[in-house]
Design a protein around this ligand. Structure first.
Ligand SMILES: Nc1nc2c(ncn2[C@H]2C[C@H](O)[C@@H](COP(=O)(O)OP(=O)(O)OP(=O)(O)O)O2)c(=O)[nH]1
Length: 195
């Protein structure tokens, strides 16, 4: 049994589908505060730092039980980092900014034990958004708001979000929220899952 330091429905669904025995414990890290303190940091470093903070915070009270923390960040081509949309209007704005261009989605995972990180990995996916008309964005949000309010990038790739893209490079799991294949590899290596 491991602990998932997350309240992400997507991350829970990934571990459920993979057959990982876990308990979900929200990390309640001040992500906005960390992002402000790390202004200018690369999306790789920022997602890694946030994943570590989530894992270490929950691990501090978890004894030897491995704690998995994760974080995903969207970086536009101009370097702008997008958070999860707080309103339908903000989601429409994010989609308009992503329209016709490519962006990166970085997902980091850190495993901590006894309050200290013991394993980490960050992966990047690159997503090419086709030109999105205002009418499409509006009808898409009629379907997908507020379901996508918990999704950085304003899409559920496993749902209608797939309509946004002309091409995707990288792992599907990275987009869903964590480098799952490498996480499973480490869990097997440590004997927390059958090899
Ligand atoms: N179902 C789904 N979720 C997605 C997709 N792309 C991104 N997400 C979600 C996964 C994460 O829950 C969220 C990324 O935000 P964060 O990394 O800050 O995690 P969140 O605050 O949701 O949960 P946590 O910090 O782990 O408690 O976006 C997708 O294509 N499908």
């Amino acid at each position: 049994m491991i602990i998932l330091a997350s309240q992400s429905a997507s991350r829970r669904a990934m571990l459920d589908a993979a057959g990982v025995a876990y308990e979900a414990v929200p990390a309640r890290v001040d992500e906005a505060g960390v992002k402000a303190a790390m202004a200018g940091a690369s999306p790789r470093d920022l997602s890694d730092a946030l994943a570590e903070m989530k894992a270490v915070k929950v691990s501090a009270n978890a004894g030897p039980v491995p704690v998995l923390g994760s974080d995903s960040i969207v970086a536009l081509a101009d370097g702008t980092l997008l958070d999860k949309p707080e309103s339908r209007e903000e989601a429409a704005e994010h989609l308009a900014r992503m329209s016709g261009g490519s962006h990166e989605l970085w997902s980091a995972a850190v495993i901590a034990e006894h309050g200290r990180p013991v394993w980490r990995h960050v992966e990047r996916a690159k997503l090419h958004v086709r030109p999105l008309s205002p009418a499409f964005i509006d009808s898409y949000l009629d379907q997908e708001w507020p379901a996508i309010s918990g999704c950085v990038g304003c899409f559920r790739i496993e749902g209608p979000g797939v309509q946004l893209f002309s091409r995707i490079e990288g792992s599907h799991f990275t987009i869903l929220g964590m480098p799952l294949l490498l996480v499973l590899g480490y869990l097997r290596e440590r004997g927390w899952m059958s090899a």
